[in-house]
Design a binder for this molecule. Structure first.
Ligand code: BDR
Ligand code: CA
Length: 318
């Protein structure tokens, strides 16, 4: 079976990605590490526990708390889209207690788990890359021990969803993105912002998806309502490159980690991230010519098996 370690800022699409992984056959989820991003790291921990609770996996999958802030500067959040609490501000009187979060911190857990399973762990990052950057600074051998790294983040056409040219996960901690893109010399797969927009699912699919008669589907319908309503506003219609639809960004990175045949076509180039610039801080740069003289090339997802994706998403709420 495939061993996965997942780093999240548990907003609604992170929740969808986690549920996709939990439903996938032959996947062993070794742990979930939490980081600031869509909301505070405390909310992220709580949200992750809520998702596990909805899947009957509470106390089965360990949850670790990580960085509360980016390497430099202050946090941003995505409350406008995911809701202030990160999960659509849907009241939950039955939320699990934060005591269930492990005492061990996320960065040490990441290093420990990868070292206990050398060559076997696929690391899936669906959040600002702060924990991953700190981990490689503490253990530079970490990337060489990964089976693969799957990241939702960055952009390829300089279209932003957070700043003019910045995708949220990279814009929320550009320095961390820089460290990860330059120091993780392992097979690296990127689900970038525009790609996720071009690969969106229809609202018809979304309706059928949420209408499944299960507790998981009812949980998803509750936490997703806020983002669905936001998606249909003029601002997001524009931001989503080709109009609105169900864009479960983080689920593409997860699907690629879960199933090796999910990616049908990708570009292979060295990538980095802009750290300065009036409008471009946090923007991903793709070196199609070779100016950066970097040997490590990332796989940039271009085309994926959308039929398989719909099946995996459906299964996530079964
Ligand atoms: C990314 O930003 C977050 O809001 C989402 O969870 C996703 O990881 C999309 O740009
Ligand atoms: Ca995320």
């Amino acid at each position: 079976s495939k061993k996965l370690l997942v780093d999240v800022d548990c907003g609604v699409d992170d929740a969808q990605a986690i549920m996709l992984a939990l439903a996938a056959p032959n996947v062993q989820l070794l742990g979930i590490t939490c980081v600031h991003g869509n909301t505070t790291v405390e909310n992220v921990c709580k949200n992750t526990l809520r998702v596990l609770q909805a899947c009957n996996k509470l106390e089965v999958i360990p949850v670790f708390k990580g960085a509360a802030k980016p390497i430099l500067g202050n946090t941003i959040n995505a409350g406008g889209f995911h809701g202030h609490d990160g999960l659509g501000d849907a009241p939950d009187s039955n939320a699990p207690d934060l005591d269930l979060v492990q005492k061990e911190g996320a960065v040490s857990a990441m290093i420990r788990i990868v070292n206990e399973n050398p060559g076997e762990v696929s690391l899936v990052a669906t959040a600002p890359l702060t924990n991953l950057a700190l981990a490689v600074r503490l253990d530079p051998s970490l990337p060489s021990k990964l089976r693969g790294l799957y990241i939702m983040g960055g952009n390829t056409e300089s279209r932003g969803n957070t700043t003019v040219c910045g995708e949220f996960n990279f814009a929320a901690d550009p320095e961390a993105a820089y460290v990860v893109l330059n120091d993780y010399h392992c097979p690296t797969y990127l689900a970038c912002w525009e790609f996720t927009c071009y690969s969106k699912l229809s609202w018809e699919f979304c309706d059928a998806w949420l209408a499944q008669d299960t507790d998981k589907a009812r949980f998803m319908a509750r936490i997703f309502r806020h983002s669905i309503e936001a998606s249909q506003t003029e601002h997001y219609e524009k931001e989503f490159v080709t109009g609105s639809g169900l864009i479960s960004c983080d689920s593409y990175a997860m699907a690629a980690a879960v199933d090796d045949s999910f990616i049908l076509e990708s570009d292979r180039y060295p990538v980095s991230v802009e750290l300065t610039g009036t409008h471009t801080r946090g923007m991903m740069v793709v070196d199609t010519v070779g100016f950066m003289k970097k040997t490590h090339k990332a796989f940039i997802m271009k085309k994926v098996d959308l039929k398989k994706f719909e099946e995996m998403m459906m299964a996530a709420l079964k």
